[in-house]
Design a protein around this ligand. Sequence first.
Ligand code: ADP
Ligand code: MG
Ligand code: MG
Length: 888
Amino acid sequence: MAKHVYSFGGGKAEGRADMKALLGGKGANLAEMSTLGIPVPPGFTITTEVCGEYYEQGKVIPDGVAPEVDAAIKVMEDAAGKKFGDPSDPLLVSVRSGAALSMPGMMNTILNLGLSDASVAGLAKKTGNDRFALDGYRRLIDMFGSTAMGVDHEHFEHELSGLKKEKGVKLDTDLSAEDLKELVSRYKAVYKKHVGSDFPQDPKEQLWAAIKAVFGSWYGKKAVEYRRIERISGLKGTAVNVQAMVFGNMGSNSGTGVAFTRDPNTGEDVFYGDYLINAQGEDVVAGIRTPEPISQLHDEMPKVYEELMAIRSKLESHYKEMQDIEFTVQEETLYMLQTRTGKRTGTSAVRIAVEMVKEGLIDEVTAIQRVNPDSLNHLLLPQLDPKAKKDVIATGIAASPGAASGKVVLTAEDAVAHAEKHPNDPIMLVRRETSPEDVAGMHLARGILTATGGKASHAAVVARGWGKPCVVGCDAITIDEKKGQITINGKVVKAGEFLTIDGAAGDVMIGQVSTVAPTISGDFAVLMSWADKARTLKVRTNADTPADSAKAREFGAEGIGLCRTEHMFFEGQRITDMRKMILADDLEGRQKALASLEPYQREDFIGIFEAMEGLPVTIRLLDPPLHEFLPHDEAGQSEVARQLNIPVEKVKHRVEQLHEVNPMLGFRGCRLAIKYPEIADMQVRAIIDAAIAVKKKGKDVLPEIMIPLVGTVEELVILKKRAIAVAEECQKKAGVQVKYQVGTMIEIPRAALVADKIAEEAEFFSFGTNDLTQMTFGFSRDDIAGFMPAYIENKILPVDPFQSIDVNGVGQLIEIGVQRGREGRKAKTGEHLKVGICGEHGGDPDSVAFCHKVGMDYVSCSPFRVPIARLAAAQAALADGKSISRDR
Ligand code: ADP
Ligand code: MG
Ligand code: MG
């Protein structure tokens, strides 16, 4: 029979750090710390398997667990030298959740369990501290009531603030023992009123209710939401840790704290954290009192501080990772309550990885594997423009770097509602503090600003995890939810008005301040150079302008994988010429309009080719349906008619003519060039002439002409022949030869299936996975918002397939396409077919890993994701086909 319960404490343990799946992260590391000889209060862990079985059996504690728990209590009692439920000297315990992956704040912890009317008196007598005993009791009733029995915590909070008001005190710690006695009886009344029975006096009854509550929280709304956002699935459940209590609230020589072994913001090798004297549990992260920086502990309790520093280095050299620790000091004795891999910003992740290599703690390969590619976002976040005028109205604690501007929203619900109405509007969530209920709204915000809380507050931890700019503890802010406004140092900002924060400096500014793009340097550049050594996949970028091309190149792009030409037809005179072309009655009219467009197009390509000197540039011929270039409203149509000097009816008529029931499957892509070959001719001429012009300046380019939306080889035969004819003519005219290729996108399922045939003609393939996903699923990409969340929620799909390649379905078509394409090309020409991807997926680390696995030559993504793709490609190469588990 499987073992259900694992004991730890007193320098030994039955579990180990590598048993996270079974014991949860918290339990596994408590065991590991015990074995390392680090002071950990004794206790035991009920496995995640028990949680799984509990649910399988319809919320029943499986057979065999209770006797093991009883035995483990006995072991814990022996180690602690006290008995659970002893009325004269009770052993109190905490009941703590802990899944395999850390989910901060997602599950509820109950402290001081085992207290009752009888034992609270015993505890008071034994410790000679009435106040302390009663404080523990009232906390237990609150935590047990709200966590295990579902009483709204606010009801307890209400009594507490009421009593404080009556007594004229500000802090909880100002309440006397007498006051706390009163509070206990009020709390009990609240409990009885909402639960319907008295607060249980039997510690065992309390314990089992608490254990079930921890299991219950696994499917709580908050936990489910967190797993959804973080894409966590496949875990059995949460473990339960029952652990002897130590007390940080025994007076001024006690306290509790949280810390990181290095700075989670910058990665600097300094001890970083907060503590509170005379406090317990979550006080320090709840933002109730403002905590002290850890450095102050050095003056306040030098011996404890030194011990803590020693544990810090012991943990780092043991785990070879930055740790996030929780500790409590009971009357100058230090106890460790938790250690885990610390969440950090991308900036910090990179610095720590590189420095740990220099320190000899880890090697380069580990460093590459350790940084989550997505977290590089953080280093690529916009920074405030150093030249911009900024009026800093207030400064809080810099909790998560990057600068963000957004419209002020005062609740997470409002953020969700606002985002539904205006999905592209930037949101700035401003709260007193945040809590796990707020995560959905926080996720939608560009930046988060709170009035209270420290570096380890909920807002700070969550924002850092997501790489979102965040400022906390900005006490100059008062929030008036009723009026829908905030006041910052006397200035009123209404909901909906802009606020800017700089999460690296902690600064808050009213209005919008302009931002600039960052650069790759220092540790970031070092890590990238290691990644480049490791990867085999090339990384290109999707760019349509010289500026984007230059930026991408700075970020390491090795060419352009997708240059969309339609964007070049929208500005100024171009759109007018484009419309002239669309509205022309005949070929001659179209050619005239195209002739005016051609110089623009050529100049654009020259700029891009110059920026990409020496590298390949894939240019996609016109792709969208023509009606996208015409206005659909009356006023717009009259304006076009006026500009082109034609009757408005004519414009209207053409719009109606071009109207499509389903434009995504309509008259677009290569279908345009089949019907109007003169459009493609113009584009090819512009491309080749641009290449010739650049070559004349002594610069090399490799244009790759890409024909979109091909489904049959016949389409390609016709269009390729024509493109080559045009290109030859240009070269002949100029007397200059340039290298170029003609290839195609694979984005229609049929194209993947007949890839061998298509590859006989195509000199390269580029998978357009947006369309391929759309057409494989039959999901219109622009219309998924209505049902995709429900699909994810019901686990029909693990993730949005437009964000990360659907490996099982769309992935098969890609594999077929690559394989048949390469075979077809080889058989016909003996050449290796170059294959890449240019959909949005090219910047998604999991999709990059997939592209590596199926043997693509390159991925292409937006400029700001180029470094992310480089790192993801390196990780994929190092994983060598095995799946990559990313630390969330
Ligand atoms: P979370 O998973 O939310 O971090 P924890 O289980 O770590 O929750 O508990 C939160 C806090 O409760 C801890 O940081 C610690 O301060 C306090 N705590 C938990 N167990 C004990 C204990 N045995 N003695 C004293 N404090 C405890
Ligand atoms: Mg904790
Ligand atoms: Mg497409």
